[in-house]
Design a protein around this ligand. Structure first.
Ligand SMILES: Nc1ncnc2c1ncn2[C@@H]1O[C@H](COP(=O)(O)OP(=O)(O)OP(=O)(O)O)[C@@H](O)[C@H]1O
Ligand SMILES: O=P(O)(O)OC[C@@]1(O)O[C@H](CO)[C@@H](O)[C@@H]1O
Length: 306
């Protein structure tokens, strides 16, 4: 089974507008509400690519209820922990030529609620995949992903971490199966600005030396670089297309990579499917469906188990 954990899920209110003028009444040209949060997005795209996963995390209030229902409609299992304060946040994504995002804070997560998450994670066994994705509310300690990995250490679970800075750095010693910072996040981790592929490969290599098994660096319109656990380096450019929405492209890439790896056991195919899935989402108004991804593949979809 594949599990995703989203500490601070959301409903994403995605709107289009001709232009955005602060301080004025702005009218939309299009609006939709989707289930959001990075782990949930990974679950939705996994589902679109044929893998039903279980979405875990914390929800609260009527927005939390709506989120669970939507994820169910997208073909995901859900097993969220109910919080007794606040409400699951509504993040606003405005596409008015350029993209503007307003992300809420989300409810407070108590130690007791964290304990309940640990109990749910205790059932994971060898061969399971666990995706830990996204920021954590600022009321939680920065070592929470590390604590989860320490608890699951040695059980043969493949753990994917899509997070930034300390949240990511702290888990490397537990040998995550995959980490996926983007090129800017990679630079921030080392306090440097990375310009060239060579520099990115050098610093991604440092994350491997620190313990990550596979390091996937996404670079938006410039594609991605993978350093796999066998010492191979792959560089891939994305297909061409019109970018309609880049929110969730990184989450889609993670889902594509995991799908490619589970279907073929081959890192090159996982990498290619990751890029195609990330780009397919960037070229749609929301997360990619299977047909969107298949259109962008340069090879037969069957080669990727699709
Ligand atoms: N402008 C673009 N053109 C083509 N493909 C894109 C574009 N932006 C993103 N992608 C695809 O999606 C992948 C992931 O994008 P990106 O590097 O923006 O992830 P991210 O920073 O984690 O994104 P986010 O946090 O918004 O989900 C890229 O490697 C690429 O394959
Ligand atoms: O506030 P965070 O947790 O950093 O990001 C949350 C978020 O922007 O990430 C997803 C896209 O990756 C959206 O669905 C969601 O609204």
């Amino acid at each position: 089974m594949i599990y995703t954990v989203t500490f601070n899920p959301s409903l994403d209110y995605v709107i289009g507008a001709e232009k955005l003028e602060p301080g004025k009444i702005n009218r939309t040209t299009r609006e939709n509400i989707y289930p959001g949060g990075k782990g949930n997005n990974v679950s939705v795209v996994l589902s679109n690519l044929g893998h039903k996963s279980k979405a875990l995390g914390f929800v609260s209030g009527f927005t939390g209820e709506a989120l669970e229902k939507m994820l169910d409609d997208f073909g995901c299992y859900t097993d969220f922990i109910q919080l007794d304060n606040g409400f699951t946040r509504i993040n606003v994504k405005i596409n008015a030529g350029e993209e503007t995002e307003i992300n809420g804070q989300g409810p407070k997560i108590s130690e007791e609620a964290i304990g309940k998450l640990y109990e749910k994670l205790d059932v994971l066994t060898k061969g399971d995949v666990l995706v830990l994705a996204g920021s954590i509310p600022n009321t939680l300690p920065e070592d929470i992903y590390e604590r989860i990995m320490a608890r699951l250490d040695g059980r043969g679970i493949r753990i994917v971490v899509d997070a930034t800075k300390d949240l990511l750095m702290n888990v490397l010693k537990y040998h995550p199966f995959l980490i996926k910072p983007n090129n800017h996040e990679l630079g921030d981790m080392f306090g440097v600005q990375l310009e060239t592929d060579e520099e990115i490969i050098e610093y991604a290599g440092k994350l491997k030396e620190m313990g990550a098994r596979n390091v996937l660096i996404s670079m938006a319109g410039d594609g991605a670089i993978l350093l796999d656990e066998h010492g191979k380096v792959y560089q891939g450019r994305p297909p061409k297309g019109e970018v309609l929405n880049s929110v969730g492209a990184g989450d889609s890439m993670v889902a594509g990579f995991v799908t490619g790896y589970l279907n073929t056991g081959d890192y090159e195919k996982a990498f290619e499917l990751g890029i195609a899935t990330g780009s397919a989402s960037a070229f749609e108004y929301w997360l990619a469906e299977k047909e969107d991804v298949v259109k962008l593949l340069k090879k037969e979809p069957e080669l990727y188990g699709l």
